[in-house]
Design a protein around this ligand. Structure first.
Ligand SMILES: Cc1cc2nc3c(=O)[nH]c(=O)nc-3n(C[C@H](O)[C@H](O)[C@H](O)COP(=O)(O)OP(=O)(O)OC[C@H]3O[C@@H](n4cnc5c(N)ncnc54)[C@H](O)[C@@H]3O)c2cc1C
Length: 396
């Protein structure tokens, strides 16, 4: 390992740290370059699907995640009047995964767990306050150029540097797609909605033609997500009145839940035109972003990292040629477009369906999927991204 040039990983977010853990497991040294002064403690994504947990378990991280998170065995769809449209139990996936549930655990917990696992391992090095400004492919090696001009050499470079990826820009890769006009607001509250809404599941999506929303429980708080129309100003969104008006839509007659966190963000559907230029590679948000309905963005990023490392390791060991990296692009970009983008856009359409026909269509499809265990099993294979991984593996 001492003689090998490290693989450079730009970004110590969840995807970069998973790539680092997977490379070290293969005996390949890594250098992680992170712009921030330390590992980020932003909450952001909090959904981990079954196959992602299986992968994290292989890297030694899942048990701590489960200890620090909350197992959500049930997924519900409701109408705003609280009528349950359909309910699914992830337990029926026990025949295809070691983790038949959805784990609710903030993403910073994963990055911290991985950092603690890796920090003293031989072959692992990380530089904080290391903002990468450029990435250069020299054909037989790569260089990352920091803002202060420092140049760091490596064998390959993985851009896991998020949606505004400097690596993607340095490689001249376009980020095609669109931005939704509405922004998404997450209000977190310590109030326990399960105490006032009978049989509420820890993950519940509400369909409503006027204003869809979802309730999602993480340890200690419920996260409530609402769309916000483009004309509403940031100042207005910050007010307690605005939060109360959103909360009033959850259960008639109550709007007084205390707000612990408030996060507003812009939502995009974009996929990089390729995930590879020579030895420069993209994974996670640097390669694709989507709306959070279904919790597929971060999970897809972890799936990228694991897929990419498996191929890189074989190339570095001399067991495969660089064409393997094109297969990474075909597989991961392929299913991102075919499955993740399509599904997340459909999830939003389902919840906001405006016409009675479209609303009835959604209700009928869900009722049909929940009507017997075999159909529910097939439906949950899609929801938990097991199907997309299977499909990716079939792409040659
Ligand atoms: C406000 C917000 C809320 C979100 N909420 C949800 C949610 O509820 N559900 C959901 O599914 N998804 C959500 N997402 C998306 C989810 O957080 C991402 O899919 C996930 O973080 C992707 O991980 P990543 O490692 O690819 O990128 P990131 O988590 O963005 O990590 C990138 C890392 O790279 C570092 N970096 C950036 N540029 C450079 C550079 N030039 N040089 C060196 N380092 C650099 C950053 O500091 C960061 O540590 C949210 C995103 C945002 C922004």
């Amino acid at each position: 390992m001492a003689d090998m040039k490290p693989v450079l990983i730009v970004g110590a977010g969840p995807v970069g740290m998973v790539a680092a853990a997977a490379l070290l497991r293969e005996g390949i040294p890594v250098t992680v370059l992170e712009a921030g002064p330390t590992i980020s403690d932003e909450m952001r994504a909090s959904t981990f699907h079954a196959p992602t947990l299986d992968m994290l378990d292989d890297l030694g991280a899942a048990k701590d995640m489960i200890r620090q998170g909350l197992k959500g065995p049930i997924l519900q769809y409701r109408q705003r009047d609280q009528a349950v449209i359909a309910q699914f139990d992830f337990g029926i996936l026990a025949d295809v995964t070691r983790h038949p549930f959805r784990l609710q655990c903030e993403q910073f917990k994963l990055t911290r767990i991985l950092y603690d696992l890796l920090r003293d391992k031989p072959g692992f090095s990380i530089r904080f306050d290391a903002q990468v400004a450029d990435a250069v492919d020299h054909g037989d090696h790569v260089e990352a150029v920091l803002e202060d001009g420092t140049r760091i050499a490596g064998s390959y470079l993985i851009g896991a540097d998020g949606a505004r990826s400097a690596v993607r820009k340095a490689a001249g890769i376009a980020f095609e797609g669109f931005t939704w006009p509405e922004r998404f607001l997450v209000l977190s509250t310590e109030f326990d909605f399960a105490s006032i809404i009978p049989n509420l599941a820890d993950v519940t999506y509400y369909a409503d033609p006027e204003e869809w929303f979802f309730l999602l429980r993480v340890p200690g708080v419920w996260r409530c997500m609402f769309p916000v129309a483009p004309e509403v100003t940031d100042e207005e969104i910050e007010t307690d009145d605005f939060a109360r008006a959103r909360f009033a839509r959850i259960l008639a007659g109550r709007d007084d839940y205390p707000v612990r966190h408030r996060t507003l963000y812009r939502v995009h559907q974009r996929v990089a035109e390729t995930f590879r230029k020579g030895r420069l590679l993209l994974a996670g948000d640097a390669a694709h972003i989507n709306n959070p309905l279904g919790g597929m963005g971060l999970n897809g990023g972890v799936h990228d990292a694991v897929n990419l490392v498996e191929k890189l390791a074989r190339i570095i060991r001399g067991e495969a040629g660089e064409a393997e990296l094109d297969r990474y692009v075909r597989q991961r970009r392929g299913i991102t477009v075919e499955h993740v983008q399509r599904q997340t856009i459909q999830n939003k359409k389902n919840l906001e369906a405006k016409t009675p026909e479209d609303q009835a269509d959604f209700r009928d499809r869900m009722a049909e999927a929940a009507s017997d265990p075999a159909k529910a099993h097939a439906y949950l294979l899609g929801v938990s991204m097991i199907n997309s991984l299977k499909r990716a593996a079939e792409i040659g």
